[in-house]
Each structure stands twice: as C-alpha cells, then as structure tokens.
Write a protein that binds this ligand. Structure first.
Ligand SMILES: [Zn+2]
Ligand SMILES: [Zn+2]
Length: 250
C-alpha cells in the first residue's frame, strides 16, 4: 500500500466516524448498529428494505452462473449458453442477481465512494465458490480482472481487485494481480452482444507465467461474459490451468 493509499484510507476512516451511517445502496439512514447475519457481512451495509431486495443466486448454470430452477439440474448448461462458445472460461460462479439494490450498491461501490463494500462482498463470493465447487485446488491463484491504468488511476482503486482480496482470504489462496490491460476498451453496454467478444479480444496480457496453476478470475459483474473470456484467454496463453470465473453479480 502506498503512502497515498494510506492517507486516503485514513481520511475515509475519519470521515466515516463523523458522518451518519447510510445504506450503501439507497443512502437511507441506517440504525446505529445493523446486525449482520453470519456469512453475509455485506448485509450490514444495507437498510432493511434493500437487504430484503438483494437476490442471492441459488441453483445456477455451471457454465455461465445464470440462476435457473432446481428442476433443470440434470441439464449441464442453461439454454442460453448451451450452444455458445465459452472460450477458456471453464465455469462461472455468481453470488447475486444484478438488479434492484444490488445494482445500486455496485454502482455506488464504483462511483459513490462505497468501496468499503468490496471486501465483505468478496468474502461472501469466496464462500459461494467453495459451496459450489468444493475446497480450492492447493495450487489455485486468485486473479482480479484489471482496469486500464488510466481508469484505475482516475477511480483510485479497482473494485474487482478489492473484491478478489476478500475471495482470496475466504479461500486461503494467494492473490495474483498478474493481468494488465493492453489498451482501453469502450464500455460494453452500447455494444451488441455478438460484437462484444471482438471489442475486448486481445485486450489483456498476463505479466507472469502461470506455470500450470488453475486460476479463479474475479470481477464485479458479468453481463455477456466477453470480458471474462478475453481475460481467461490471456491467462491460458500464459500457462494457466483451468480458469473459473467468480463474479459478485450477474
Ligand atoms: Zn437502502
Ligand atoms: Zn449458462
């Protein structure tokens, strides 16, 4: 941690002592001591209505992490990705539905100074990964999806990296921030789904050799999966074993 990061954390800490605590999704005042259910520490950051509106993903497609009804469990993949290429992403685990208070929370994490939510969300995601896939491979490394250097600098932090710290802690595996963005890519929400892979293809490179280690690729949100596929391709090109993606929301 640099001196600048330290000063920023200190200032944020001091401000949070003075400011009334507000919901990280809707900014409503929070009761003085909101109780967090064990294993859902992030819930303490939300007011009761937002907490109730967050939708954890239960049974899910192992390929893309999409929620699906439990009766279709015998089908290995969901209809949406059964005949679509997955690239180098061997599987996806997602924690929450990306809508309602979860959407507002993740927006405030990025743009509204609520990055303190990253670590508890990462811890919960790490536990979800273990519940879905079992104990981690002893060689597994946790790799955050990087921001472009300029964007990282402008925001002051990378939310995926903060979340990956929590994931790594929950799994007891090392954090390897070994990916870099070669170039800036436009925001993908204006781009047609079918065109997204082409926009981000080749956008990442790994700065070290993975030496056969399996990797858990962490990001805040999965939409089309194009970013995860491009990042996984860079990891496999640098010698990674199977790459599984873990996202807070989708
Ligand atoms: Zn709220
Ligand atoms: Zn799927």
């Amino acid at each position: 941690m640099s001196a600048l990061d330290l000063a920023r954390d200190l200032a944020t800490g001091l401000l949070s002592l003075l400011a009334p605590r507000t919901c990280a999704a809707c900014l409503a005042a929070l009761p003085p001591r909101a109780a967090a259910p064990p294993g859902r520490e992030w819930a303490a950051l939300l007011c009761p209505p937002c907490r109730r509106g967050v939708e954890p993903i239960g049974p899910a497609c192992p390929a893309c992490g999409a929620p699906r009804p439990p009766f279709s469990d015998a089908v290995p993949r969901c209809g949406a990705c059964r005949d679509r290429p997955r690239g180098e992403v061997a599987g996806t685990v997602a924690l929450l539905r990306y809508r309602g208070p979860t959407r507002r929370l993740l927006h405030r994490v990025k743009y509204g100074g609520r990055d303190g939510a990253c670590e508890p969300l990462g811890l919960a995601l790490g536990r979800r990964v273990t519940a879905a896939l079992g104990p981690p491979d002893p060689a597994l490394v946790v790799v955050p999806v990087p921001l472009h250097l300029l964007r990282r600098w402008a925001r002051g932090f990378n939310q995926a990296e903060r979340m990956a710290e929590g994931v790594a802690e929950a799994l007891g595996r090392p954090l390897w921030p070994c990916l870099a963005r070669r170039r800036r890519t436009p925001a993908l929400f204006g781009v047609r789904r079918e065109a997204r892979d082409a926009v981000v293809a080749g956008a990442f490179r790994a700065r070290r050799d993975l030496g056969g280690r399996p990797a858990l690729l962490v990001d805040d949100i999965r939409t089309s999966g194009a970013t995860l596929r491009a990042a996984a391709a860079a990891l496999v090109a640098a010698g990674a074993g199977p790459v599984v993606a873990a996202v807070v929301a989708r």
